[in-house]
Write a protein that binds this ligand. Structure first.
Ligand code: SGN
Ligand code: CA
Length: 542
């Protein structure tokens, strides 16, 4: 009797074990990871507390930080062309602008949607795919079962009551864009998670892009506080007069709209309203209260700007918190890869700037972190040079999707696993083309290693710059003429040349200038308001 019971128990146990082991094994084979790719617009590392910085205690980002804490935080993810559409095109195709054909925002035309993009590959391989929020590439998204993207203000979108293109139809929604895009994404997830297929969600916030309009509840969040100033706030651009010193993105170029000044009722619709709202954006126009000194005015504009920008980031952080809560409540945390990033970096008064475009650190570095408990050690930090063309191959490899598609980028899954391959890149190639509108930043290309930045500004000037990132991390000293650096310059120039050959962009300066000069067309047809802004503002640019 005793023995019989023992035998019976043992066999029941082994059956139980067998079936549960089998389930585990089956799970591994069947369970492809879900992917959630979250990209905010113009979100920069200086505004994320996980990266430290001067705002970390006053304006923390606990939800974004949580992803970093539970995953890997990247310190050196760099954008190949620091502007919205071109960065998005590079991310989608895994290729540089010269291969995907999308070089510029202004007069950059529409993204060629007949090209291969990574979401198409996910869709082809059985993933449910969805896109919500900012798209900003002109043509309709391909590779998504469902999409709902900002379709106003030339696809920049609006913060309040925005128009979205909902799978082909324009719908005006009521509310605040950051909350709305998250609502749409989460309700799509409700359906996607019920199917047997894994999902790949792309959630791209309009925030914290200009004109930096916070949610009502955060409008006066830091009213009584004077936000700190970046240490390079009063940069005088010595030795960089024709490059950093000749832009339209300093604190003097904020408009009345940026400063949230109320337009007099007497100003009627149309051209006049645009003229009033954008006053300040042109040279010689300064927005500041009467009786303020220049220094006070500069500080006043910065304070308005930084508080609004950080308040927009706060909503992004809150909404990322909603996504994380959703994953937890639906038991999706273990098998979901979460990426948080931005389309480039941004200046928060650093070097006296707002906006991006330059190869200089604040706009070159993209915030980037990944959480995926199955592969990534919590709390890890990585310092390898990775660029935005490496995203697509990495996401595909994480999902176990093989493709013959030619991508210039490389997968960094090994890096996520904590093992940087011996032959991993130690330098990156950068190239920015748009000029003069918006912000008058000279087209330039360059190389960035972990120690140096070497750049050539070439459109209607011929200026080389070199920065020693170890001795001068803030890039205040252009040491291109320093004799002791000449051997380094020779070496960097030859590496740069090699990179241009590798990336198939070893063209003449005349050919590069042609790209800047070419009008590839508008991003969307029939946008009257944008047209007038361009006409009104572009007068005094060259
Ligand atoms: C708008 C902004 C610019 C900004 C571009 C590009 N002007 O035109 O300041 O550089 O977008 O931004 S605004 O006053 O009309 O907001 S990007 O994110 O699309 O690259
Ligand atoms: Ca952007």
């Amino acid at each position: 009797m005793r023995t019989l019971t023992k035998i019976a128990c043992t066999s029941i146990l082994s059956i139980l074990c067998l079936s549960s082991c089998k389930t585990e094994k089956q799970k591994e084979v069947l369970e492809k990871p879900n992917i959630i790719y979250i990209m905010a617009d113009d979100l920069t590392t200086q505004a994320i507390s996980a990266y430290g910085g001067i705002y970390k205690d006053l304006a923390p980002t606990p939800n974004i930080d949580k992803v970093a804490k539970e995953g890997m935080l990247f310190q050196d993810v760099l954008v190949t062309n620091s502007i919205c559409g071109p960065s998005r095109a590079a991310i989608l195709t895994g290729n540089y602008s010269n291969i995907n054909g999308y070089y510029k925002n202004e007069s950059g035309g529409k993204f060629d949607a007949s090209q291969w993009t990574f979401p198409q590959e996910f869709q082809k391989n059985g993933y449910k795919t969805g896109l919500f929020g900012k798209w900003h590439l002109g043509t309709e998204p391909v590779g998504f079962d469902s999409f709902k993207y900002h379709n106003s203000a030339g696809q920049q979108g609006h913060y309040w009551n925005p128009v979205y293109n909902d799978n082909g139809n324009d719908v005006k929604e009521t509310g605040y864009a950051t909350n709305l895009s998250t609502n749409f994404a989460l309700s799509w997830l409700d359906t996607a998670k019920e199917t047997k297929s894994p999902f790949m969600l792309v959630l791209q916030y309009k925030a914290p892009h200009r004109p930096w309009q916070p949610d009502q509840k955060y409008e006066t969040l830091w009213e009584d506080i004077e936000m700190p100033y970046p240490s390079t706030f009063n940069d005088n651009y010595k030795g960089r007069e024709k490059t950093a010193g000749d832009t339209e993105m300093t604190m003097e170029y904020f408009s009345r709209r940026d400063m949230k000044l109320e337009r007099p009722k007497s100003i009627k619709k149309g051209r006049e309203t645009i003229k009033w709202d954008f006053y300040g954006a042109k040279e010689g126009e300064i927005v500041q209260p009467e009786n303020m000194s220049d220094e006070e005015g500069k500080k006043w504009r910065y304070q308005n700007y930084i508080k609004d920008y950080l308040a927009c980031v706060k909503s992004v952080d809150d909404n990322i918190g909603r996504v994380l809560k959703y994953l937890k409540e639906n038991n999706l945390e273990e098998n979901t890869v979460i990426v948080i990033t931005s389309d480039q970096g941004f200046y928060l008064g650093d070097h006296g700037f707002f906006d991006k475009r330059f190869i200089y650190e604040e706009s070159l570095r993209m915030p980037f972190m990944v959480k995926y408990p199955k592969k990534i050690k919590p709390g890890s930090v990585n310092e390898d040079i990775i660029t935005n063309i490496d995203f697509a191959p990495t996401l595909l490899e994480l999902a176990g999707i093989k493709t013959n598609q030619k991508m210039q980028g490389n997968s960094f899954v090994k890096i996520l696993e904590g093992n940087t391959p011996k032959d991993w890149q130690e330098a990156m190639y950068y190239h920015y083309y748009e000029f003069p509108f918006w912000h008058h930043v000279q087209p330039h290309y360059g190389i960035r290693t972990q120690k140096f930045t070497l750049a050539h500004f070439y459109y209607n000037i011929d200026v080389w710059e070199l920065y020693d990132l170890e001795k001068d991390p803030q890039q205040m000293h252009n040491i291109i003429n320093d004799a002791s650096y000449q051997p380094i310059i020779i070496d960097l120039k030859s590496q740069l040349k090699q990179l241009m050959v590798t990336y198939e962009n070893d063209k003449s300066l005349a050919d590069f200038r042609k790209i800047t000069d070419t009008d590839f067309g508008r991003i969307v047809d029939n946008i009257k308001d944008e047209e007038s802004v361009q006409q009104i503002l572009s007068k005094k640019q060259e």
